[in-house]
Write a protein that binds this ligand. Structure first.
Ligand SMILES: *Cc1c(COP(=O)(O)O)cnc(C)c1O
Length: 340
């Protein structure tokens, strides 16, 4: 599965990698400045402390965890590690998160789209039909962005069983869904890569921290090719602090789910709304009378939503992120006023 150059690669060995001995107090190995403590020292390249804490919360051993500069780093590493440019390809549902395609294009890897049905669902069969002997990975996103729905679980399992390459299950919005995570099934499927992030439910988009969970073999390859200090010290510390406050995250999730459900039913009653798509995320998709016009009207009111009109199957659709009660009310107020 791995590209031959990556398989044979001898990774860069940093000073912090090489020293793993007994406790020391004098560090003269990494050309660091001895002043300006604590920011003068290189961070732990493998983020072991953070992974140990995460491991307890997720019930997944540290060897199964990769941490990166957002999930976007893990998405890019899939291509760099496994896909030979201009030779290999990947298959993904369509529409979905735009970064899979961008990462494919940057890495010069063919990206094959498999259209979702009118309920925004997929089948393993259609994904497999799009694949050939050069297909290295398949991308699923559940709940899916921008459609907001959970993908059919049975079909995901079917694909994991039937496909020889990697199946990436992006769970960026899993906290907002009632479906269980695929994390518990890592041992069952050596080809499964689960992506999660601190950017959504954890409220930490600014610190750029993404997680990939997979077999130690796959994680080992990611670790081999990542930048040595890909997660900085401030991010590691802030994440550790957030893990201690995971009850607060859970409260946010409950509030946002309630607000989402309220907002969705309020939207259904608006004149300019034609269809509200049920969501299992912290956003929802809505089909309106004229997406471009309403988007621009909202901009004029100082409210920014995401115009998805140009996206496949999403004609005249806006994607609405659930905000605070006050923000959501401002949006509803503006839309009630629209066209009056
Ligand atoms: C927001 C989002 C992410 C998170 O990306 P980060 O780089 O971790 O901020 C990942 N996947 C999907 C589908 C998303 O919508």
């Amino acid at each position: 599965m791995t590209r031959p150059n990556i398989w044979q690669l001898k990774p860069y060995s940093s000073a912090r990698d090489e020293y793993q001995g007994i406790a020391a107090s004098v560090f003269l190995d990494a050309n660091e400045n001895p002043y300006n403590n604590p920011n003068n020292r290189y961070p732990d390249p493998m983020q072991w402390e953070l992974k140990k804490n995460l491991s307890k919360l997720k019930g997944v051993a540290p060897e199964h965890i990769f941490l990166g500069n957002g999930s976007d780093e893990a998405i890019d590493l899939v291509f760099r590690a496994f896909c030979e440019p201009r030779v290999d390809n990947v298959v993904a549902i369509e529409p979905t998160y735009g970064m899979y395609l961008v990462a494919a294009e940057i890495n010069d890897v063919e990206y094959r789209k498999v259209l979702l049905d009118e309920h925004f669902q997929f089948t393993a069969e259609k994904m497999l039909e799009a694949a050939d002997e050069h297909t290295k990975a398949m991308f699923l996103c559940t709940p899916n962005n921008p459609t907001g729905n959970d993908l059919n679980r049975k079909e995901i399992v079917k694909l994991l069983n039937a496909f020889d390459g990697l199946v990436i299950v992006d769970e960026a919005y899993n906290d907002f869904s009632e479906e269980p995570s695929f994390l518990t099934r890592l041992d069952e499927f050596p080809n499964l890569v689960v992506l999660q992030t601190f950017s959504k439910a954890w409220g930490c988009a600014a610190i750029r921290l993404g997680m990939a969970f997979a077999s130690p073999d796959i994680i080992g390859i990611f670790n081999k090719i990542k930048y040595p200090y890909n997660v900085n010290q401030l991010t590691q510390q802030q994440a550790m602090e957030m893990l201690h406050r995971h009850y607060e995250k859970q409260r946010w999730v409950e509030v946002l789910k309630e607000e989402r459900n309220r907002l969705e039913s309020e939207f259904a009653a608006l004149h300019c709304v034609q269809q509200v798509f049920p969501s299992n995320a912290n956003f929802f998709l809505v089909r309106v009378t004229n997406a471009v016009h309403i988007y621009n009207y909202l901009v004029g009111e100082g409210i920014i939503v995401r115009n998805r009109h140009a996206v496949t199957l999403c004609g005249n659709c806006l994607r609405i992120t659930v905000g605070t009660r006050a923000e959501n009310e401002a949006l509803l107020e503006a839309l009630r006023k629209y066209g009056k």
